[in-house]
Design a protein around this ligand. Structure first.
Ligand code: HEM
Length: 234
């Protein structure tokens, strides 16, 4: 009887994995790769702005009719939104918990001055915070229009042009895109290590891929505000 009780109390495999550092790092790696996939698609879609008002607004309309007639209007978009929100929340929660663990595990925690986290760790933490704030601003700006005066629902081309006609719009987006580049560069590399893809032979390729991804994403996203500022897109 006593044995049965002890067995009953054993935590489930999912629970054990969630509580472990390696489990949390795996959740961060997988959720990060999901967000990365979205970002590559989003950056590609944004570049349609160079093909004019019709192409950009048609693309936004296509996003809403994706999967029809099997799926109803905006269903596919809502599925993407739910997956993304889950990925953002899991990524953020695990990052927070891992950083608490990291601080608690430092040997000289009773000494007044704690050793500083490494440059990469600090960049990832601050980058993550900047990106989380940016995502909230970005949705209020270009999806709901809450912080965007003159927002026109269903007219993303005009809305993007308006966002980048203000100095603060350009500053917010360009700073966030630079933070994104640094975050992706280190995050992709870390995810590969966590998922066990790294090896002495592959590390050069992985580092090269991380650099290329970060560069393409940053340049692709920044191309839009730069094009509006310089009048290439008007
Ligand atoms: C210059 C850079 C960017 C531009 C011009 C841009 C443009 C847009 C536009 C126009 C929309 C609204 C689409 C629509 O309603 O059809 C949108 C939505 C969104 N963007 Fe961006 N975006 C940029 C960067 C980013 C970045 C870096 C992220 C993530 C870190 C991001 C995440 C999102 C999300 C989550 C949505 C909401 C999608 C939805 O649920 O409707 N965007 N973006």
């Amino acid at each position: 009887m006593a044995l049965a009780t002890r067995t009953d109390r054993r935590p489930s495999t999912t629970r054990t994995l969630w509580d472990s550092t390696v489990g949390k790092k795996t959740v961060m790696a997988v959720s990060g790769l999901i967000m990365l996939g979205y970002l590559v698609a989003h950056m590609y879609g944004n570049l349609k702005i160079f093909f004019g008002l019709g192409a950009f607004n048609d693309y936004a309309h296509w996003l809403r009719t994706l999967g029809e007639p099997l799926l109803h209007y905006e269903w596919a978009l809502w599925i993407i939104r739910v997956v993304l929100v889950a990925a953002v929340v899991l990524h953020g929660v695990c990052a927070y918990q891992l950083s608490r663990r990291d601080i608690a595990a430092r040997p000289n925690k009773y000494v007044h001055k704690r050793p500083r986290a490494s440059y990469a760790t600090r960049t990832m933490r601050w980058g993550g915070i900047i990106l989380a704030l940016f995502i909230v601003w970005h949705i209020l700006d270009l999806t709901t229009g809450t912080v965007h005066s003159g927002f026109q629902p269903g007219h993303p081309y005009q809305n993007v042009l308006e966002t980048f006609s203000t100095w603060y719009g350009n500053v917010i987006y360009i700073v966030a895109m630079l933070a994104l580049g640094l975050h992706v560069r280190h995050g992709f590399w870390s995810a590969a290590q966590t998922l066990g893809v790294g090896s002495a032979a592959r590390d050069r390729v992985l580092k090269g891929t991380a650099n290329l991804l970060a560069l393409v994403l940053t340049a692709g996203f920044i191309a839009v505000p730069v094009a509006v500022m310089t009048g290439v897109v008007s």
